[in-house]
Design a protein around this ligand. Structure first.
Ligand code: XMP
Length: 528
């Protein structure tokens, strides 16, 4: 789960110990936004292991349980004596108090959820420059009743006498609220104070620093060997292509397998852009007919995904053998994939994290483990927004950097039922119109995803004097932070009207446009 050499890189680094909070990853992102590298590790990490990594500070995440719960997650008690500053957040703070001899009061009905103004009692260190009365996001049942010896109270709220605490002599700090969430108005200030005032971090986690370091690591690992990269046109594989081109130039070959399920104009744009403009070596593989043939008569969405995934691997194997041999395969694995493979949701019985699967995702990275390649994964320590920053710094155009997320099996899963070339053409044209109108109306960047779905169910309409019996297009447009939850976007009626008029006028086989107004949950973002 953790393969970053903190010591070798000489970076200021913060380790976040994860106690099962839904916000652990968010804490890591906030720390990195403040230009300090951070990683999430298991709460089980021993004090010796932590010492070996020489972090500048440790943050203990929140968690769903009480410190008194059966099987409550604990940390190695020796971490309090590491002589490294520690900040406990919510459960993390309660654990600190509990393990250091203070008293945590089990929930007595005085739980505090939501926003609360913070009354500051000491604004010298952790709460320096935090505005008195700032709103903080609370979410706790238990609370601190008695501080351990040597601790002082830094702030309170109406219902929580000890909302922020510190032991200055031991460099230990705690907050009962969540500074990492967006609703906490001065939360970032508190995190910055911990990083810079308390831990003495340097702001050295920047795109340029990452590029220099990743370039050196890739060069050292790969030497003069050849590397293959399956390019999808998404921001991850495109950034990876730019990074590797920067690091190893001609030793890189990109392979772009056109399954026939991409959006209008994308394959052409990709080839023109990478190959002709940036002289990155891209092999275009036209596999359109192969894929659509395989999907003949297939209706079940999971079966479609599996067939596409399997066919992708076949084409990949054939073509890499033809173009190769290659020693290394580059993959655009990101940090959330790394965290997710180790932890996703808390299993209350085992007190550990387990993954939940709703649907099987397919990405160009979704290749089998037994391929005869060694892997190069230079993005595996980055969050998605960091990949965008790195991509931009390397000169990736905004069309790719700001591209909406797009599923690996592409338009094939946005056609309900059997996929045919005729349906693909209808959907591709309608989908282009949705985004074209949204872009022209200046709304593209304010939504997470906007696309069309084809429902192959005929209904009667009238066009001119002709009766029609055609399909509807569903317009799906959502706002989201991370794709895990989403709300439908309230597009202006004028925009919707333009989308509807253009689709029924310009797309053959479509006589109706409907709008999906379902949030996630209970809906998913994609229809399939
Ligand atoms: P759902 O439909 O599960 O989608 O709400 C959540 C987000 O994931 C994207 N998605 C995929 N991304 N490969 C991907 O890389 C896939 O197979 C895939 N399926 C869904 C979806 O577009 C949305 O942003």
């Amino acid at each position: 789960m953790f393969d970053f050499d903190l010591k070798a890189s000489r970076k200021s680094a913060i380790i976040i110990l994860d106690f099962g909070s839904q916000y652990s990853e968010l804490i890591a992102r906030r720390v990195r936004e403040a230009e300090v590298f951070s990683v999430v590790m298991s709460h089980r990490t021993s004090a010796d292991e932590l010492r070996g990594l020489s972090p500048k500070g440790i943050i203990l995440s929140g968690g769903p349980n009480s410190v008194y719960a059966n099987g409550a997650l604990m940390c190695d008690k020796s971490i309090w004596d590491l002589d490294v500053p520690v900040l406990g957040v919510c459960y993390g703070m309660q654990l600190m108090v509990h393990q250091l001899g203070g008293c945590v009061q089990a929930a007595t009905g005085k739980a505090e959820y939501g926003k609360a103004p913070l009354e500051i009692d000491d604004s010298t260190s952790l709460l320096k420059n935090v505005v008195n009365g700032s709103t903080m996001w609370m979410s706790h049942g238990d609370s601190v009743k008695q501080l351990p010896e040597g601790f002082v109270c830094l702030a309170h709220t109406e219902n929580t006498p000890e909302a922020a605490i510190a032991s200055y002599s031991r460099n230990l700090y705690g907050v009962q609220f969540h500074p990492e969430v967006i609703h906490s108005t001065c939360g970032i200030e508190i995190i910055r104070n911990f990083l810079y005032e308390i831990c003495g971090c340097q702001p050295d986690w920047t795109p340029n620093a990452f590029i220099d370091e990743a370039t050196a690591q890739v060069r050292e690992k790969v030497g003069n060997k050849k590397v293959l990269l399956a390019l999808s046109g998404g921001v991850d594989s495109s950034t990876l292509a730019f990074l590797l081109n920067h690091a190893i130039g001609d030793q890189l070959t990109c392979m772009f397998i056109d399954q026939g399920f991409m959006r209008k104009g994308e394959p052409e744009f990709l080839m023109e852009f990478f190959d002709q403009k940036f002289h990155i070596n891209v092999e275009y593989i036209n596999a359109r007919e192969r894929f659509v043939k395989k999907l003949r008569g297939i209706i079940d969405p999971e079966e479609k995904r599996k067939i596409i995934g399997t066919e992708f691997i076949r084409v990949f194997e054939e073509e890499s053998a033809r173009l190769g041999p290659f020693d290394y395969l580059a993959q655009g694995t990101l940090y959330p994939d790394v965290i997710e493979s180790a932890c996703t949701t808390l299993d209350p019985k085992k007190g550990d994290r387990v993954a939940v699967k709703i649907k099987s995702h397919h990405n160009v990275g979704g290749l089998p483990k037994d391929l005869q390649f060694k892997l190069v994964e230079p993005l595996r320590n980055l969050f998605k927004d960091e990949v965008r920053k790195v991509g931009r710094t390397l000169g990736l155009p905004e069309e790719i950097v700001r591209r909406h997320p797009f599923p690996g099996p592409g338009l094939a899963i946005r056609i309900l039922g059997e996929v045919t070339n005729y349906k693909l053409n209808c959907l591709r044209d309608a989908d282009f119109i949705v985004r074209d109108v949204i872009r022209k109306d200046g709304l593209y960047d304010s939504v997470w995803q906007a696309f069309a779905v084809l429902l192959p169910v005929s209904s009667v309409g009238v066009m001119g004097d002709q009766r029609t019996y055609d399909w509807p297009i569903v317009v799906r447009c959502v706002s989201s932070e991370d794709g895990m939850t989403a709300d439908w976007s309230r597009l202006p009626y004028e925009t919707l009207e333009k989308i509807s008029n253009r689709i029924v006028n310009e797309v053959e086989g479509v006589n109706r446009v409907v709008l999906d107004i379902t949030s996630k949950p209970p809906g998913t973002i994609e229809w399939e």
